[in-house]
Design a protein around this ligand. Structure first.
Ligand SMILES: Cc1ncc(COP(=O)(O)O)c(C=O)c1O
Length: 391
């Protein structure tokens, strides 16, 4: 399945690749392959809702790390006293995790480092792509590239590929042609209108027709009563994707559906478009980095074509409304952090305050839409009190 796309991504990354229908599916099979049910996974409190649920579906215990207030990623300097059997990075908005420090910790302990590179398709650390520093990196084709729903697992060793492929094939669901075409059309339409005057009316229509995932604030409802009986089998290796499917499928109900060559061809085209956008993205990053509200780490990564540029602002939710009126629909806000969102389901962070601040104030801005966003974002004031900064 998808050998051309695997070869194209393999050539970009310099690692053997395995196609999966979404990043979340790839993360799930990677965690099942490299970790055992009951083990503890160090992870960021700030990531997509589905990530928490796929970790639980793999039978793992989420150990929530403190975050670095400059980048919003795991603070590698603060994890020495935590106990864990594997690490999952986030590379939020394309800003890299400290893979050097985390890689060292993992190598010393002989445990896997799984990189979530969903937001970091074009990010490098020491000139090596994010997603190729650890045991495995998992990419999302629907983010940076705006390609069809899809993902890619990049492997440190091709020895792991047959077992991962078997896991993939075990958890895939059958392809429905109409569903596949509908999601492809949705993606093409989204790419065409994003950042234009049509974006806001389309957003309202999708909301009115119930096409958007229902959320309470910025997270999907936890529905603890429905979740609890499914989690009762927490330590069973059989919990799997089916039990938690209603939570894991947030925003992408086809996350584990087999796909056809049609999807592959579209994705290959979008990868080329991604390369053409690189300079525009970099210009947007540099311009947004001039703002006093920009997260500090962005200024250290002006050579990286980030997926989004995180600003930290007062009254973030009002800024979201203002951006929408300018045709910019802002996603990828993960508020509150996992340990506040799902108390009892995680081992909470020993230092949760930075994550709370970050989650409440972060405004991710698409660098490709900097011109349209500028009148709104240039007027925003900084949401971060000085005592929270530890430069
Ligand atoms: C940080 C992060 N990782 C992973 C994902 C999941 O990616 P996919 O939709 O390809 O499963 C998301 C989705 O928004 C995300 O924001």
């Amino acid at each position: 399945m998808f050998e051309r796309l695997e070869r194209a991504m393999g050539a970009r990354l310099g690692r053997p690749c395995l196609y999966v229908p979404s990043n979340r599916f790839g993360l799930f099979i990677a965690l099942c392959h490299w970790m055992k049910p009951g083990q503890r996974l160090l992870m960021s409190p700030i990531s997509a809702d589905e990530i928490l649920f796929l970790v639980l579906a793999a039978g793992l215990r989420p150990v929530i790390a403190p975050i670095c207030p400059r980048s919003g990623n795991i603070d590698a300097a603060s994890v020495a006293n935590l106990r864990f059997d594997g690490v999952l990075t986030t590379n939020m908005y394309g800003l890299p995790d400290d893979v050097v420090a985390l890689g060292k910790i993992c190598a010393e302990q002989g445990i896997p480092l799984i990189e979530d590179a969903a937001h970091a398709m074009q990010t490098t650390v020491a000139n090596i792509p994010v997603g190729t520093h650890g045991t495995a990196g998992v990419f999302s084709l629907s983010k940076h590239a705006g390609a069809a729903p899809g993902g890619m697992v990049a492997l440190a060793s091709s020895d792991d590929r047959p077992a991962l492929k078997e896991l993939r094939d075990r958890w895939l669901t059958p392809r429905y042609r109409a569903t596949e075409i509908a999601s492809l059309v949705k993606m093409i339409a989204r790419n065409a209108i994003s950042g234009t005057a049509l974006a806001q009316p389309a957003w309202w229509l999708a909301k009115a027709w119930g096409l958007q995932e229902q959320r309470e604030g910025h997270r999907i409802a936890l529905r603890r009563n429905a979740l609890a009986p499914r989690l009762a089998k927490w330590l069973s290796p059989h919990l799997g994707l089916t039990a938690l499917d209603p939570w894991i499928r947030a925003d992408n109900h086809q996350f584990r559906m087999r796909q056809s060559k049609l999807v592959e061809s579209y994705a290959l085209g979008r990868l080329k478009a991604l390369d053409r956008q690189r300079e525009r993205r970099l210009n947007g990053v540099r311009r947004l980095a001039e703002l006093k509200t920009v997260a500090q780490a962005v200024r250290n990564h002006l050579d990286q074509p980030l997926f989004r540029v995180p600003l930290l602002v007062d009254d973030r939710d009002r800024a979201l409304d203002a951006l929408r009126r300018h045709g910019i629909i802002t996603g990828y806000i993960y508020d509150p952090p996992f340990d506040d969102y799902a108390p009892g389901l995680t081992e909470p962070s020993p230092a949760p305050e930075q994550a709370r601040w970050w989650a409440r104030h972060v405004l991710p801005v698409d660098p490709l839409h900097v011109d349209r966003a500028w009148p709104v974002v240039a007027a925003l004031s900084s949401g971060i009190p000085p005592e929270v900064w530890t430069p």
